[in-house]
Design a protein around this ligand. Structure first.
Ligand code: 5AD
Ligand code: SF4
Length: 466
């Protein structure tokens, strides 16, 4: 396990103070704005909150419109082609801001530019981008901004050095729900996935650093903590004497009115010890995101998932037996190379058996540099889309059935604020990843309340305060 030296982090934080002085000279009392466009997963959202923390320390202020920003970050995702296209389209869109305000710094971070060929494309086709930085280089952002402010040569950082940088400030985007990254990277090399190439090998933060951050989050009023990692339940494999289950228990033992979730888990690491902690700790939300990817053993093997359909179903059975009200959700890939109609039907039958509360389904997207991109039997797009629509239809039916089980029940809901569609209604977040709407007033924001559910459809729940 390796950490960025403290000296390097404090040097970078020192640069923030330098930048602040430059900005005051340049812009006077009116702080210039910063804007972050985040694409992709929760890990990217957590990374963006670090970028926001650094930008704030440099003396920028958050703005809601990129037009008003003099520092724009695009935090990119590389998981599927669609995400990369969206990132390039945002970067393209921001050109006119640079044209109008040449003092704007546009920079690109995240998984897309951690790939050499993508960083090269930005370098050559987007000359107005000041710098790019890989996912292991967020702590170097202050130095990069300083050099851009001074008009120095453009920089394209691919450090390939994936270390843990502690003590980077965080500007959280939500007052009540917060991300807490506990580990980074992935060792699994699923054959379709770009993540291990762009986020490096698994590395766990020290338990004491995590507990310190959790305490700060609870003290600041955060009521819903999500422990994050690409492969969160393999936390601690690189540290003597700790497992993910033990860490989860340590967090539950902290004082305060909060609850805790975690994602994303790999089924092969869903241990009995973890299921026991979920069953016994009331602070752990009974929700398990357990991506299966496919219900066919042939596909699971080709995907290098390291479990079988039977083993997965066995874990699900154990989980349901130990945590009776558990919500299980999943990711599924449709149209993986070589997927036959029978393989796909195995996925549908697995979904029918598990009865997921929610499924995030994706059409397979070849990623340059991954083994699956070179496999025979790439599936035509029309076949994948037809399979996808059958999958969605089945999941819609299951979602409605799963949501309906709450009607008549009283559940805990964290109130997020006034509903966007109806000023008399409040919206909240329950154990299930579904919005809950109920009559209330803004004073309830940030509180965990009891709501009796009176109505459900496949997307949401409605109820009354108890
Ligand atoms: N194509 C389609 N979906 C993918 N995922 C990861 N890589 C790919 C790919 N190349 C999906 C998986 C993963 C989720 C985050 O994204 O289902 O669990
Ligand atoms: Fe990608 Fe597999 Fe790692 Fe998840 S476990 S990030 S799908 S390689």
């Amino acid at each position: 396990m390796s950490f960025v030296e403290e000296k390097i982090v404090s040097e970078q934080l020192g640069i923030c103070a330098k930048i602040k002085t430059i900005l005051e000279d340049r812009y006077g009392d009116e702080k210039p704005g910063y804007y972050i466009q985040t694409l992709g997963c929760q890990q990217n959202e957590a990374d963006s909150e670090r970028m926001a923390g650094l930008a704030t320390l440099m003396g920028y202020r958050a703005v809601a419109d990129p037009e008003d920003a003099r520092l724009i970050f695009v935090n990119t995702c590389a998981i599927r082609e669609h995400a990369e296209k969206r990132a390039l389209s945002f970067i393209g869109e921001y050109k006119h801001i640079k044209d109008k305000h040449p003092d704007t710094i546009i920079c690109v971070g995240g998984c897309m530019v951690t790939q050499g060929h993508r960083a090269d494309r930005i370098k050559h086709s987007y000359p107005y981008v000041s710098f790019t930085f890989d996912t292991g280089a967020i702590h170097l952002v202050p130095g990069l901004v300083l050099s851009a402010l001074r008009g120095e040569k453009r920089k394209f950082i691919i450090s390939d050095k994936y270390e843990i940088a502690e003590n980077i400030p965080t500007a959280r985007s939500n007052n009540y729900m917060g991300w807490l990254s506990i580990m980074y990277g992935c060792n699994n090399f699923c054959s379709y996935c770009i993540v291990p190439y762009v986020r490096g090998r698994e590395r766990s933060r020290r338990p004491e650093d995590i507990i310190k951050e959790a305490k700060e989050m609870i003290a600041s009023g955060i009521k819903d903590i999500t422990l994050l990692g690409q492969n969160v339940n393999s936390y601690g494999k690189d540290i003597e004497g700790i497992t993910f289950a033990k860490l989860l228990k340590m967090i539950c033992d902290l004082e305060g009115d909060f609850r805790v979730r975690f994602m994303t888990s790999h089924p092969k690491d869903a241990s009995d010890e973890l299921i026991e902690v979920m069953a016994s700790e009331s602070k752990v939300v009974p929700h398990f995101h357990l991506p299966v990817q496919s219900g066919s053993n042939a596909m699971l093997q080709a995907m290098n998932r390291k479990y079988t359909r039977e083993k997965y179903l066995d874990t699900v059975r154990k989980l349901k037996a130990a945590v009776p009200h558990v919500s299980i959700t999943s990711d599924i890939i449709v149209g993986f190379p070589g997927e036959t109609e029978e393989d796909f039907e195995d996925t549908l039958s697995l979904m029918s058996e598990v009865r997921y509360d929610m499924v995030f389904s994706f059409i397979y997207s070849p990623r340059e540099g991954t083994p699956a991109a070179k496999m025979d039997g790439q599936i035509p797009h029309n076949v994948s889309t037809e399979r996808m629509s059958r999958l969605l239809k089945l999941q819609d039916e299951i979602c409605l059935e799963r949501n309906s089980r709450f009607v008549g029940e009283t559940i805990s809901v964290l109130c997020e604020g006034v509903s966007k569609n109806d000023p008399e209604m409040m919206t909240g977040r329950a154990d299930v990843p579904r919005p809950v709407h109920f009559k209330g007033d803004p004073s309830m924001e940030g509180k965990i309340l009891k709501v009796k559910i009176t109505w459900a459809d496949k997307y949401s729940l409605r109820g009354e305060l108890v």
